[in-house]
Design a protein around this ligand. Structure first.
Ligand code: FAD
Length: 317
């Protein structure tokens, strides 16, 4: 019996979430006396995964899986899980994983838990803690079916290096056409994908006008970061809705999140509080964002951000 860990990739390269998935899945498998086996779909090379403790990798390569489609990915993961007699599938939350996990759990006749934030608190019954109510509360849920699908929230377990020597095997699949096919894709060029960004520079209404974003973009460029904003900023049209984070926007979990001129309303924090480190810059020392922040700078963004930019430039040489 085994734990199957889905290591997600994009354009052949592993997403950072894959390494946390492997770390979680390897640890879980050892506690369940099971073998940890990773699954990759169209990844260029699998060796990187051995660094996180998984010794066996199943590699699926298939041109019809180059574009993501819910049914075909769910079908392939199920097929591999059946072939290795898996009892648990571990995946890390992402927009694609979140969209195919429900179909997978139905097809595989499994109990599903999303937003999982810890390893099971008990195995009999199988109980995991998950986020509920836009991350404002946690719930212990019991997964009663023999097959289980766990979708782990980003940054809740962490990445643990534990190099092993591993091996991989190719697995041939014939993905079903499903009922959705991708005809064409258009990439926004030159921008860091907000969902995958390690660093995010985010700004709010404290910026006073959409014309004042040059320094936010400059800071993001220097750091190789994505840019985000609060809801009112995108509602007013200062920034695109693509950048809106929070309860009604994107849910992100970078390693470093800068909140600049953002008050820190609960609906905003709900979408960013899985970030590893939050740095807030705000003129109002009573702003609620300082309660969520690891580091706070009380000051005017129009003075602090240019100074930060200078410091980053100096550090980068
Ligand atoms: C159902 C519902 C869902 C919502 N969903 C979301 C969501 O998904 N995301 C979201 O962001 N909001 C959401 N909101 C809105 C949320 O409640 C807040 O109104 C919003 O987050 C406030 O945005 P803000 O912090 O940019 O603006 P403000 O609340 O106006 O705060 C601006 C901040 O900038 C500071 N500031 C001003 N000048 C400067 C300066 N020169 N330098 C530094 N700081 C300065 C101020 O002190 C203040 O703290 C939702 C609300 C509801 C009711």
């Amino acid at each position: 019996m085994s734990v199957l860990i889905y290591a997600e990739s994009w354009n052949g390269k592993f997403k950072k979430t894959s390494f946390e998935a492997i770390s979680y899945g390897v640890d879980l498998a050892s506690k369940m006396d099971s073998e940890a086996i990773a699954l990759t779909i169209n990844a260029e090379s699998v060796e990187e995964l051995y660094k996180y403790g998984v010794a066996k990798v199943i590699s699926v390569k298939n041109d019809s899986l180059k574009s993501f489609a819910t049914n075909s990915f769910a079908g392939v993961v199920k097929e591999v899980a059946d072939s290795i007699s898996a009892h648990t599938i571990v995946m890390l939350a992402s927009s694609n994983v979140n969209s195919f996990a429900p179909s997978l759990s139905i097809e595989w006749d499994a109990s599903l838990a999303t937003g999982v934030i810890a390893e099971p608190a008990s195995f009999e019954p199988f109980t995991v803690n998950r986020k509920v109510f836009s991350n404002k509360a946690h719930a212990d849920v019991v997964l009663s079916k023999e097959n289980k699908v766990l979708v782990v929230a980003q940054n809740s377990f962490g990445v643990i290096e534990n190099e092993v020597s591993g091996s991989s095997e190719e697995f041939n699949v014939s993905p079903s056409d499903g009922n959705v096919s991708v005809e064409s894709t258009e990439m926004a060029s030159g921008k860091v994908n907000l969902m995958d960004a390690e660093i995010v520079v985010s700004a709010g209404r404290g910026m006073k006008s959409g014309d004042n974003w040059a320094m936010i973009e400059e800071m993001a460029d220097l750091l190789g970061a994505g840019t985000a904003c609060s809801k009112p900023v995108s509602d007013i049209g200062w920034r695109s809705h693509e950048e809106h984070v929070g309860q009604t926007g994107k849910n992100i979990a970078p390693n470093l999140y800068f909140a600049i001129g953002i008050s820190g309303a609960i609906q905003h924090v709900a979408g960013v509080n899985s970030s590893k480190v939050i740095v807030a810059i705000n003129t109002d020392e009573e702003a609620p964002i300082f309660k969520a922040a690891d580091y706070g700078i009380v000051g005017d963004a129009f003075k602090v951000v240019p100074e930060l930019i200078e410091k980053i430039r100096t550090l980068k040489g």
